[in-house]
Design a protein around this ligand. Structure first.
Ligand code: ADP
Length: 193
């Protein structure tokens, strides 16, 4: 099973590219942000708890997110899938190290982490544009977007180092059309399959 992490700041295009990759390679796309939004929409106790974090642009607590991913891995183990694209996870150093452990417990591992590189000002513009029709509360306000990028720089950017030392890190220039970026990402993935 191929496990790919698509990594990068909010607005870098992880969701868009994950969907294209899911189709092309038959991999399962798992977005922790989307799982959280589904919980919020269904008004589950977990969703209600997480709504306050997301609306401020903060990260959800590590233990909750890790539990969600473990649930997914349990299902994935028994299902006949080729592999997974993890989008938006891991987002902290703690998540990354626990992820190594829970994967190893199931005889799995991360194969590659692909960093989607986009300059910060472009990120803000992209998310504001997306907010016009995504209906996502965390995309609508520039303050919340800037806070998400601040938190990304403070807590998430270090995760790249985790995979760099494991020699699983690949950077992809992610400025350009969706198709251009897709082609660059596919060129990386093709080396791993
Ligand atoms: P984006 O990458 O554009 O910020 P996501 O859909 O990946 O969008 O995530 C939306 C929000 O969900 C994040 O701002 C964060 O609050 C929460 N979230 C998603 N994944 C995680 C995670 N792994 N750990 C903590 N919080 C998360």
């Amino acid at each position: 099973m191929l496990n790919i992490i698509l990594f990068g700041a909010p607005g870098c295009g992880k969701g868009t590219q994950s969907e294209l990759l899911e189709k092309k390679y038959g991999l399962k796309h798992v977005s922790t942000g989307q799982i959280i939004r589904n919980e919020i929409a269904s008004k589950t106790p977990l969703g209600l708890e997480m709504e306050s974090y997301i609306s401020r642009g903060e990260l959800a607590p590590d233990n909750i997110v890790i539990e969600m991913v473990e649930h997914y891995l349990e299902d994935a183990k028994s299902a006949d899938i080729k592999g997974t694209i993890f989008d938006g996870f891991p987002r902290t150093e703690h998540q990354a190290s626990v992820f190594d452990t829970v994967l190893a417990q199931r005889d799995m591992k991360v194969d590659v982490m692909i960093y989607m590189d986009v300059p910060e000002e472009e990120l803000v513009q992209r998310i504001l544009l997306r907010g016009k029709d995504s209906g996502r509360a965390d995309d609508a306000s520039e303050d919340v977007i800037r806070n998400r990028i601040k938190i990304y720089n403070a807590q998430t950017a270090v995760v790249a180092q985790h995979y760099l030392v494991q020699e699983k890190y690949e950077a992809v220039d992610s400025v350009g059309t969706i198709d251009e970026v897709f082609e660059r990402i596919c060129n990386v993935i093709d080396r791993y399959i």
